[in-house]
Write a protein that binds this ligand. Structure first.
Ligand code: ATP
Length: 246
């Protein structure tokens, strides 16, 4: 039982979720290491959502609302930490969740599919019953994408993604939204919009923004998109880290 007075209570709660997901066959061994990398960068940004990231989350919600076929690509880490929020966003926008795993096994796919079907997600893609096509220039089990999902999408949400896949997806004619605490990662550097924040803080804010902007004129949302520059956003995120050392 975790003590709520512990100064690192929140962080311990999320560690416990990660351990639990590993025990339940949702998270691969390396997913625990990826979480540790995230924790390090969270420490560096001060474990809070920065002003810069609040603006980026707003822009990300505009992209979702201006796209025709967004898809939420999920892996073990995302499922371990924010499956409920992913399901809520999927239902709110009526868009599919597509499972894509680095260490793909039929068991892990089934376990993750069960999480989202129990949460009421309507369309779960990337399961072993799906029809796939390879991502150009990408080898291995992450390469196949659902023909009806990522293949047809105009916007792919790839939180906590590894750099190889992100690079290859970014080369396609699609917008990429990513959540990554490391502003220097290849995923962060190659995405259209990179939210440098912890996914557990971002997801509720993203859902709120989507709800807020739902009835806005698309023209107004596109103006927000046009003002955004991801290089500037990443430079601001790096400056926010540097300031913490001063
Ligand atoms: P690169 O993109 O440079 O190739 P990588 O592929 O080696 O990096 P991984 O460890 O595979 O990076 O991907 C996990 C990424 O997710 C890391 O950059 C890590 O900072 C980030 N991350 C881990 N946990 C969280 C979290 N809770 N919220 C946001 N980002 C996280």
């Amino acid at each position: 039982m975790l003590n709520k007075d512990h100064p690192r209570y929140e962080s311990l709660v999320y560690r416990e979720k990660i351990v639990e997901a590993h025990k339940n066959g949702i998270l691969a061994d390396s997913g625990m290491i990826a979480h540790g990398r995230g924790e390090t960068f969270d420490y560096l940004i001060g474990e809070k959502t920065t002003e810069n990231s609040l603006n980026t989350i707003e822009v990300a919600s505009c992209y979702f609302l201006c796209s025709k076929h967004p898809v939420l690509s999920v892996n073990g880490n995302t499922t371990a930490l924010v499956a409920e929020d992913i399901a809520e966003l999927s239902k709110l926008l009526e868009i599919p969740v597509e499972i894509n795993l680095y260490y793909r096994t039929p068991e892990r796919i089934k376990n993750i599919e069960k999480v989202y079907s129990n949460l009421g997600v309507n369309e779960i893609l990337g399961t072993d019953d799906d029809d796939f096509i390879d991502t150009p220039d990408l080898n291995g089990p992450r390469s196949p994408v659902s023909i009806e999902g990522i293949n047809k999408s105009d916007l792919i949400f790839i939180p906590l993604e590894d750099g190889d896949r992100a690079e290859k997806l970014s080369a396609l004619d699609k917008n990429i939204i990513n959540i990554d605490l490391n502003p220097l990662s290849r995923t962060a550097q190659t995405s259209t919009v990179t939210i440098v924040d912890n996914i557990v803080r971002t997801m509720p804010l993203l859902i709120n923004n989507v709800n807020n902007f739902m009835d806005y004129d698309k023209k107004e949302l596109k103006e927000k998109i046009d003002k955004f520059n991801n290089k500037e956003n990443l430079n601001n995120a790096i400056q926010d880290i540097i300031k913490r050392f001063e």
